[in-house]
Design a protein around this ligand. Structure first.
Ligand code: CTP
Ligand code: MG
Length: 238
């Protein structure tokens, strides 16, 4: 679980993973959401490098269904945080899910579906949902009117979420290759792990995601997350 980001788009405050939702840190929600799945046996959290002890304390003080949880120091990019977390997973583990701490409310059905698709033979699986908005490609020119290049057919687009699931071997290999390329001054980091598999010619498949697996990125997302959590607590004792 990459959880080492600052959360700059959320505005000033604590690192995003430590910000609270219904009185509980986002990170704790996200770990619980994974731990709810019978497919998950161990959760490795990549915490902010200066916040490892704090995260260990937080996880100790919130009950986590008896699942094994470990905390490592994350890195300067999401990609590096995932690589560092992966290095802490015991060698016998064959399937790895990568889940953003910033997606605290992912339903267990999504976690189960991703894990099941990897078990069934896919090397890389991403949950995704259709887009509500039409998307245009532009020549980026922030603050000024931006020329439109074209409009991809919305029916072929998906907004991808996490957890993304992988054969461990595949994920470790693409991260190692990306690191080697980076050292040669090559390609920029990707924003999701499946993107690395695609970059190196692997095959990625999509399974249905869920609207409640959205990522808390901007202040409005926290408002929405509070509302979803309040509804769950009122209706099913979540
Ligand atoms: N992440 C990480 N290490 C980093 C950067 C990001 O582990 N160096 C994690 C975040 O903690 C988050 C996930 O990657 O759980 C998705 O990233 P994002 O939503 O971009 O979070 P932040 O990078 O924290 O937010 P921002 O980009 O607004 O600063
Ligand atoms: Mg970020």
């Amino acid at each position: 679980m990459p959880a080492a980001g600052r959360g700059e788009r959320l505005g000033p405050g604590a690192p995003k993973a430590l910000r609270e939702l219904g009185g509980v840190p986002l990170l704790v929600h996200a770990v619980r959401a994974l731990a709810r799945s019978r497919a998950v046996g161990l959760v490795v959290v990549a915490a902010p490098a200066d916040g490892v002890a704090e995260v260990v304390g937080l996880l100790d003080s919130h009950g986590l269904d008896g699942k094994d949880v470990r905390v490592v120091a994350g890195g300067a990019t999401r990609q590096e945080s995932v690589r560092l977390g992966l290095a802490a997973i015991p060698s016998e583990v064959e399937i790895v899910l990568v889940h953003d701490a910033a997606r605290p409310l992912v339903p267990v059905e999504v976690v189960d579906a991703v894990a099941a698709a990897v078990r069934a033979g896919a090397e890389a699986v991403v949950p995704a949902v259709p887009l509500a908005d039409t998307v245009k490609r532009v020549e980026p020119n922030p603050g000024l009117p931006e020329p439109v290049l074209d409009t991809p057919d919305r029916a072929t687009l998906r907004a991808v979420q996490t957890p993304q699931g992988f054969r461990r071997e595949t994920l470790a290999e693409v991260h190692a290759r990306a690191l080697a390329e980076e050292a040669r001054g090559g390609l920029p980091p990707v924003t999701d792990d499946a993107g690395l598999v695609e970059r190196f010619g692997g095959r990625v498949v999509v399974v249905p995601g869920h609207e409640e697996a959205f990522k808390v990125t901007r202040p409005l997302d926290l408002v929405l997350a509070e509302a979803v959590l309040a509804r769950r607590r009122a209706s099913d004792g979540y």
